[in-house]
Design a protein around this ligand. Structure first.
Ligand code: NAD
Length: 327
């Protein structure tokens, strides 16, 4: 038995990554779509053989409650819209997958977690990297203290975002580099440390004020961990970068890239990390579908998404006040 997935929001990530991955999954398949654009509905219907009864607009979305073909609703909208659609999906009695970042605020995350719990539905965040064996390998180095304690983490994730009018440049829609991309380097630091940061300092740098009028373009931030480990991170909408470095008591790790769709790899004191992976998103969705079918906890549940959003809020506060902020 396979779970039927409905994608909500047919933008770049749904079109280029998730729908193709759902052609490779074994435990779930693309059963339905939710879109505000009738032309997209037409194209997707033909391309993926989606029956009319499984095609919804944002207005008819709640009727999905009566559709037994749909087991999971996957919310792939701009971040400011995640809360509304996660809550509506949970109320419709569907399990929910929600793209990163979970939402703009911790308050939103709490409401999303509560709605899923109240309606007895699973909630997973689209943290594809946590399903990648290359990520799991560096998590293991921290957990097993293979090279001793973690001392210093350096992590950066960014690309050149310059699309005028895009939601990533719009504060109200959940844009800003920390609001959108920020969770990658935060995840890199947290997962490589194997513990949670307790103190953060942060700085914004805006090299293109004409473009980044209301949101951050590049943000630098530093974490202090309870063990004494420290992290120095960069999230950027202006710099193409993707790496993670860790200095341990007795060695090093260097992943480059560490959070790409494919090809994550690295070297460390004792050898290489380079696990093959056919399709990261397919693995993510298959594993999350299995967890639902077996009534197991999700690998990256809402609580995990919320941890990062709490840190994002602290980073914005630290950058605004110039002070160290306790998390
Ligand atoms: P996108 O702009 O390409 O697509 C957004 C979709 O939302 C579009 O179909 C658009 O029509 C729809 N939409 C509905 N109401 C809208 C409104 N008021 N304003 C703007 N768009 C509206 O964005 P995307 O890159 O596909 O990102 C969607 C989500 O997926 C975001 O949360 C993003 O962070 C996430 N994402 C995740 C990954 C990943 O690797 N996990 C990669 C890319 C994007």
């Amino acid at each position: 038995e396979r779970l039927g997935v409905a994608l909500v929001g047919l933008g770049y990530y749904s079109t280029d990554l998730l729908a193709p991955a759902l052609q490779l999954t074994k435990n779930c398949y693309l059963a339905g779509i939710v879109t505000g654009t009738p032309a997209k509905a037409e194209t997707w219907k033909k391309k993926y053989n989606i029956p009319d009864k499984n095609i919804y607009s944002y207005d008819t979305f709640d009727q999905i409650a009566n559709n037994p073909d749909i087991d999971v609703v996957y919310v792939v909208l701009p971040p400011s819209m995640h809360r509304e659609y996660v809550v509506r999906a949970a109320k419709a009695g569907k399990h929910v997958w929600c793209e990163k970042p979970m939402a703009p605020t911790v308050k939103d995350c709490e409401a999303m977690i509560k709605a899923c719990a109240d309606n007895k539905q699973s909630l997973a965040i689209g943290y594809r990297c946590q399903h990648d064996p290359n990520t799991q390998a560096f998590m293991k180095l921290a957990k097993e203290k293979t090279l001793g304690k973690v001392k210093l983490i350096t992590c950066a994730a960014g690309y050149n975002e310059g699309r005028v009018g895009h939601w990533k440049l719009n504060k109200a829609l959940g844009g800003g580099v920390m609001g959108d991309m920020g969770v990658y380097a935060i995840q890199g630091a947290r997962l490589a440390a194997g513990e949670e940061p307790m103190l953060v300092t942060a700085q914004h740098i805006n090299n293109r004020p004409e473009l980044f009028k209301e949101v951050d373009e590049t943000t630098l931030y530093q974490f202090h961990f309870p063990s004494g480990a420290i992290a120095n991170c960069t999230s950027s909408f202006g710099i193409n970068t993707n790496f993670l470095k860790v200095n341990y008591e007795k060695g090093f790790l260097h992943m480059d890239p560490f959070s790409a769709y494919k090809g994550n790899k690295g070297t460390y004191t004792n050898g290489e990390i380079n696990f093959p992976l056919d399709n990261q998103q397919a693995k993510q969705m298959d594993e999350d579908a299995t967890s639902i079918m077996q009534k197991q906890p999700m690998l990256a549940p809402g609580e995990e998404g919320m941890r990062d959003i709490r840190i994002v809020e602290s980073i914005y506060e630290a950058a605004r006040t110039g002070k160290a902020v306790k998390i």
